[in-house]
Design a protein around this ligand. Sequence first.
Ligand SMILES: [Zn+2]
Length: 445
Amino acid sequence: MMSRKNPKTHEIVLRCGTIVTMNQERPVLKNMDIHVQEGIIISIQPSRSCPAQYPDLVEFIDAEEALVIPGLVNAHTHVAMTLFRGLADDLPLRQWLFEKIFPAEAEHLSPETVYWGALLGCIEMIASGTTCFSDGYFFQGQTMLAAHKAGIRALIGQGVIDFPAPGVSDPKKNLEIGEQFIEKWLNFSDLLTPSLFCHSPVTCSEDTLTGALDICRSHRVPLQIHLSETQDEISTIVQQKGRRPVEYLDQLGLLSEDLIAAHVVHLDEREMAILRDRGVKVVHVPESNMKLASGVSRPAEMIRMGIPVGIGTDGPASNNDLDLLMEMDTAAKLSKVYTGDPTSLKAWAVLRMATIGGAAVLGLAEQIGSIEEGKRADMVVLDLQQPHLQPMYDPVSTVVYSASGGDVRDVIIDGKVIMKNREFVSLDTQEAAWHVRRIAENIHP
Ligand SMILES: [Zn+2]
């Protein structure tokens, strides 16, 4: 199975039963080999009968009884919040955030706890098919190290908020610390991009918001924000600023292609048109919005208008998992029940949000998000030998409506096999779980 003639040439071949490429022109391919060299998909061609026909082969993955999809992109999360999974459920957002989560973060977040929480979250994401994520939190240098250790791709935003925050005791220094974070990590890894994450229009002042955008622009990285998540946010901003959050941010000059806005639940038609005209990227976060009863976003309408839309889980304290396959199922069904239209947000549209759509939101669509020659090799193999995945009339339907994270068999990120036959190749997955359990022993609801 293995032959290594040239150790510099890392070649992988997946022999595929079925590939969902997410390439519009050739969406589903059958009986093909995907040939990966130095992290890049160099060819997709009809299967050769024998691995020995690839002279520099390092690894051969038999995916004949499997379904290969692009690695999933979780476009909005706070991954270290695995630490607070299940700590405070069934509460309204304001009470959940101000009475439970902020105090728990103030007391229990440290570089050490964020590292283990983030590593556990990265392991959970990889094991359920996510190969790239976008994050916003504190002590984000630790999330960088955890993501690097796990071998996952990410956009990692240092949290910016005008309160004393973990690692940022003086809020006047939040932008200075944010800029130092970007400068420190900008050239750390090809897979990892630092950015800033402004918590919300309510918790960040005008100067903080515009200052954060200036810093991100000067380093050519995106700015992330929570936007129009709850009615409470809308009425607070209307009361304070005399206009709704989207108009308020537009007046500040914040709305542009540099902005990734998560949630975006409460929008009128005019606000939607403003987001489209300014090129803002949007992340739909259905399960967190459902759990906190924040409301229902309208991704189908936004996609129809030409707004780039990805999908995210949000942090595991408001979901409570990071399983993007399950999130897709929820997104499709929520859209149907909300609109009363079963044709709303079809399976293909949802899978686009979780792959090439999410990649576009993160500014990575040239590199990842679809299985095409020339792209980086981020791919996920689903085990089709599962009773609930039989039969398969339409592979996209199988992925969105029948599969869940537990069906992920192999994961390849940037041409490296990270998980094979559900075993992580080089990561001790129990170590992170052990540390998080130990940390959780001191956290009390
Ligand atoms: Zn969030």
